[in-house]
Design a protein around this ligand. Structure first.
Ligand SMILES: [Cu+2]
Length: 250
């Protein structure tokens, strides 16, 4: 348990802040570069270390597997799609029918939830609604018409696979002309990585929801806020949001 005094900065689980930032800068891992999965997506998109590959079109093959990663100096195992963390960015076009074949190379069931996407419930990807998930060794084919445009994301809806890396962006171009003109657009996907066992993370958050709230004010912040806004407001500010909460979606 981290200390509960109002004045402290929680150490990042034995990780110096610098090390933590280094880990993030190294993020965007392409693991298992010689696997058939890598070859499959190398043909379809541009695979660059440090950025998720972009897959475009109407037919997609996604292979879910475990890949070794090392973000922090400590080797770990991530759940990756086509050997990539984050998962490949999928680029669709409004009005197209997309076919996505998802192959499970894990030792447990998996699933993909297409977050915020309007589709028939059979394609929603949440186990227990229309299917029991994709069993190890199985391929499930998702097929649906894209009825919207914008920026979305997709992620595993099984176990702790999302927390260990199984998430990616979806960008849907509008059916007509692009309404916003830009020279380039960039996809920013924010996430974080923990070397901790996701089950332990979940258990800790269940017992104390602000366990990972590193963003506590320091004693200097507190006195600065107290002199500007009053002591009550400064104390109130301590209730920030924990970064891991944002990727723990159930
Ligand atoms: Cu979702």
């Amino acid at each position: 348990m981290p200390p509960r005094s109002p004045f402290f900065i929680v150490p990042t689980q034995g990780l110096s802040r610098r090390r933590f930032v280094q880990g993030l800068a190294a993020g965007g891992v392409l693991a298992g570069l010689s696997t058939p999965a890598f070859k499959a997506f190398a043909q379809q998109g541009s695979a660059t270390r440090g950025a998720a590959p972009v897959l475009k079109g109407t037919e997609f093959d996604l292979v879910i597997a475990e890949s070794p990663v090392n973000f922090t100096g400590k080797p770990g195992v991530a759940t990756t799609i086509n050997g990539s963390l984050p998962a490949p960015t999928l680029r669709w076009r409004e009005g197209d029918t997309v076919t996505i074949r998802v192959t499970n190379k894990l030792r447990e069931a998996t699933s993909i939830h297409w977050h915020g996407i309007i589709l028939p419930y059979q394609m929603d990807g949440v186990p227990g609604i229309s299917f029991n998930g994709i069993a190890p060794g199985e391929t499930f084919t998702y097929r649906f018409k894209v009825q919207q445009s914008g920026s979305y994301w997709y992620h595993s809806h099984s176990g702790f696979q999302e927390l260990t890396g199984m998430y990616g962006a979806i960008i849907i171009d509008p059916a007509g002309a692009e309404t916003i003109h830009a020279d380039r657009d960039h996809v920013l996907l924010f996430s974080d990585w923990t070397d901790e066992d996701p089950m332990r993370v979940f258990t800790k958050l269940k017992s104390q929801s602000d366990y990972y709230n590193y963003n506590q004010p320091t004693v200097f912040d507190f006195f600065r806020d107290a002199s500007r806004e009053g002591t009550a407001a400064a104390i109130d500010k301590r209730g920030g949001s924990g970064c891991l909460d944002s990727i723990l979606r159930f």
